[in-house]
Design a binder for this molecule. Structure first.
Ligand code: 16G
Ligand code: MG
Length: 544
């Protein structure tokens, strides 16, 4: 009798002549994102095979719950992709990315069976351990068919699964962590493992943190016509309009072709302008989420109607300064607060963190998993990519201190209570646009700042990002957190000599992890110079 896995996998054949990679170049943990007209061919087999891997991962970890999210984030509506979530709500352990790639690329069903067997034996997996997987998808049209491929795989290996329907990516991360931390004393419970529990946890923390503070004025949030729209609405209903007066724009989830179209965090960050639907008055706070609500960008129009972006760097500095103040005010002396950034962080933000806030900064390669990992080196590690993905992670020592510190004055007691509520508000598992939105709103209320005061903490250096098409991007090899090229030999010297000609000049080139191109970033004291520098570096890069 044919094995159930073999039978099921025959319904999801891999297209020949394609090679897939999980977590390429340390960037997106999408196995592949592809156009709709061919998605059935491309992603169907991948998602099926990711299902097999998710079950193995759960079994390897003694039946812990693993998450699978079907989404292509900020990408065009026709794309789709898949991400795996590890038990504490973090991204799949790096060493397993190769296993995902191996299964996804098995050229035939027989080879797939062989590779599956090989993983079982080499990883010493006990296949009689019950596997548990939870899954969700964003609002894309291709989602339901991909969920069917996934559940076919899970059924074929006898894994138990729960389909949570449509969720934001961070909500799925939250649920995975809740489900795996339900049994104290060995783990600290993260929250109630339901969507409602998510709103309750962050909504009540927000309400608590706003007690006695000025009521934040209205905020306009562009939800990229994606899953963030209904979920933000549910959260806002839970909190109540008196203290969370949110106007939701770009919420057309029933029109899938509108997803991320002329809206969303990526649009605003790259175009540096308001999404057409967000017509807010001067100095009014606006924010944008991306298609799966794990990125957040703020912005506003100043009194002259000029667009001002408050990106991930501005969010990181705001959060780091607030936490530092709270820790001090609570009378806690021994918690190390630090910030993690990538090479894309504006030089002014890095200078502000080190010189004005007096905090350490770590720079890592692009890709959330690198930042997250580095942030765990601090007691309170604040990490954000300039594109708006980020959160704060607290060490075990920080948890214990915040939970058990004895305040010596009413002021210390109140700061400590705020720190405790802040921990509930922050989704430590992963960058979460909804939780980050509430976090920023709380901090602005505490500081009694509008967007203008926030913006004026430091001035971004003019910068430019260009995408350069090259023959083979894999020849570009970097070091020093992607800030320097080691190959092709000699290119870095050329970049250095160009950079040296500009006041406050800085530039780097790195191969994209998600697109077939090299990205060039530049900064300089004047806008025209930053643009010229980017162009000249691009001219060097394009020759390869
Ligand atoms: C992905 C990454 C993001 C990174 C971007 C860089 C995750 C969840 N997302 O979107 O962090 O900034 O890729 O793309 O890791 P690039 O390599 O094409 O420049
Ligand atoms: Mg995203």
């Amino acid at each position: 009798m044919a094995s159930p896995i073999l039978e099921a996998s025959q319904k999801h054949p891999k297209p020949q002549d394609r090679t897939f990679a999980y977590g390429t170049a340390g960037s997106d943990p999408f196995l592949a994102t592809k156009r709709c007209w061919e998605y059935r061919n491309l992603l169907d087999s991948i998602v099926f095979r990711v299902g097999l891997l998710a079950a193995l991962r759960s079994q390897k970890l003694n039946g812990k719950t693993i998450g699978v999210m079907i989404t292509a984030s900020h990408n065009v509506p026709e794309d789709n992709g898949v991400k795996l979530v590890d038990p504490m709500g973090e991204m799949l352990e790096a060493s397993w990315e190769a296993h995902a790639t191996s299964l996804a690329n098995a050229p035939s069903e027989e080879e797939l069976m062989a590779r599956h067997e090989y993983l079982i034996s080499s990883l010493k997996i006990n296949t009689s351990t019950p596997a548990h997987v939870i899954l969700a998808k964003d609002t894309r049209e291709s989602g339901p068919a991909l969920v069917a491929a996934l559940t076919d795989a899970l059924t074929s290996v006898g894994a138990k699964y729960d389909d949570y329907g449509t969720l934001t990516t961070p909500q799925l991360h939250y649920l995975v962590r809740c489900l795996n931390t339900q049994h104290p004393p060995h783990t600290e419970p993260y929250g109630e493992p339901t969507e409602e529990g998510y709103y309750k946890k962050i909504g009540s923390a927000y309400t608590k943190l706003l007690q006695g503070k000025p009521r934040p004025g209205p905020i306009t949030v562009d939800c990229a016509n994606g899953v963030g729209a209904p979920k933000l609405r549910a959260l806002a209903e839970y909190i109540g309009k008196e203290i969370f007066d949110v106007k939701i724009v770009n919420d057309l989830v029933d029109q899938p072709s509108k997803l991320n179209y002329q809206c969303g965090a990526d649009f605003v960050k790259t175009q540096q302008r308001l999404p057409p639907a967000s017509q807010a008055s001067p100095l009014a706070r606006c924010a944008s989420l991306d298609g799966d609500a794990d990125r957040l960008i703020y912005y506003f129009s100043d009194s002259d109607g000029i667009f001002r972006l408050l990106d991930g760097d501005k969010i990181a500095t705001l959060v780091a300064s607030f936490i530092t103040d709270l820790v001090k005010s609570a009378g806690i002396l021994d918690l190390r607060v630090g910030v993690v950034q990538t090479a894309y962080a504006n030089g002014s933000s890095t200078a502000y963190i080190t010189k004005t806030l007096g905090l350490p900064v770590i720079c890592t390669p692009t890709g959330v998993k690198h930042l997250h990992h580095a942030a765990t080196k601090f007691d309170c590690g604040v990490y954000f990519e300039a594109n708006g993905h980020g959160t704060v992670v607290f060490s075990h020592a920080a948890h214990t201190t915040i939970a058990s510190h004895s305040p010596e004055s009413p002021a210390q007691a109140s700061a400590l209570e705020n720190l405790q509520a802040l921990r509930a508000l922050i989704n430590e598992a992963v960058g979460d646009a909804l939780s980050d939105l509430l976090l920023v709103e709380v901090i602005l209320a505490h500081k009694r700042w509008g967007p203008k005061e926030w913006d004026s903490t430091y001035t971004d250096l003019p910068n430019r990002l260009v995408r350069v098409e090259v023959k083979d991007r894999t020849v570009f090899k970097t070091t020093d957190a992607e800030r320097k090229l080691v190959e092709p030999v000699g290119v870095q010297e050329k970049i250095d000599s160009l950079v040296g000609k500009y006041k406050q000049g800085r530039a780097f080139a790195r191969a994209s992890g998600t697109e077939d191109a090299v990205r060039v970033y530049s900064e300089a004291a004047e806008r025209g110079e930053a643009e010229e520098l980017a162009r000249l570096v691009a001219d060097v890069v394009v020759q390869f």
